[in-house]
Write a protein that binds this ligand. Structure first.
Ligand code: DGP
Ligand code: NA
Ligand code: NA
Length: 210
């Protein structure tokens, strides 16, 4: 009884993890892999710094502006909301989206500053739920060793340790934990296997059942 648009829906695959956990590199590698398999696929990232909200976020992250913790939290959320309808359109049209950071970053980073956990979650309610979350797990000390941080606001070991603790509280059934302290190649292999098992096989299953 599934309608045709539902059967051909793309998957929403989210990468999460601390700064320097390797998300951006792994997103790129997964994109190439899935394109090679002939999938319709796009790579997105949050914050999307190209929008006017995104430019405010970018100025905040680079310490060019100061904002109240609640205010910046809502801006990050607004930045996801402003892309929601486009996201829905793409998924419905059958495009799979690989997304570098999403609502979990929103809650983990802001609650690590001491904001109330439930308050942080509230503005994320109603955004599209991911089909799969790949959490690139790495000890904060190890991430910090990787060529150092870029100097943006949150890129400090002490804060990243707190973020890691808050991420742990967000793990749900859509999560798969990837050991990101492995070599880039081993992480890539594990990412591909996980995506093949949990996303591609489901889509094939849907197509076969029609
Ligand atoms: P990135 O462009 O992935 O390096 O992210 C920029 C920084 O912003 C990074 O330290 C993680 C943090 N961040 C990403 N999304 C959110 C969010 O929704 N809320 C907060 N407070 N921080 C976020
Ligand atoms: Na960063
Ligand atoms: Na990144």
């Amino acid at each position: 009884a599934m309608d045709a648009s539902n059967e051909s829906r793309g998957a929403l695959v989210v990468f999460e993890g601390l700064d320097r956990s390797g998300k951006t590199s792994q997103c790129g590698r997964l994109l190439s892999y899935l394109e090679g398999l002939g999938h319709s696929i796009e790579l997105w990232r949050f914050p999307d710094r190209t929008t006017s909200v995104g430019k405010m976020i970018s100025a905040y992250l680079s310490n060019e502006s100061q904002l109240d913790d609640h205010t910046i939290h809502l801006l990050f959320s607004a930045n996801r909301w402003e892309k929601r309808s486009m996201m829905e359109m793409k998924l419905k049209a059958g495009t799979t989206l690989i997304v570098d950071r999403y609502s979990y970053s929103g809650v983990a980073f802001s609650s690590a500053k001491g904001l109330d956990f439930e308050w942080c979650k509230a503005p994320e309610i109603g955004l599209i739920a991911p089909d799969l979350v790949l959490y690139l797990e790495i000890p904060p000390e190890k991430a910090a060793e990787r060529g150092g941080y870029g100097g943006e606001r949150y890129e400090q070991l002490k804060f990243q340790k707190k973020v890691a603790q808050h991420y742990k509280l967000l793990e749900d059934s859509s999560w798969k934990i990837i050991d990101a302290s492995q070599s880039m190649e081993d992480v890539e292999k594990q990412v591909k296997e996980t995506v093949s098992e949990h996303v591609l096989s489901c889509q094939k299953g849907k197509a076969l059942s029609s």
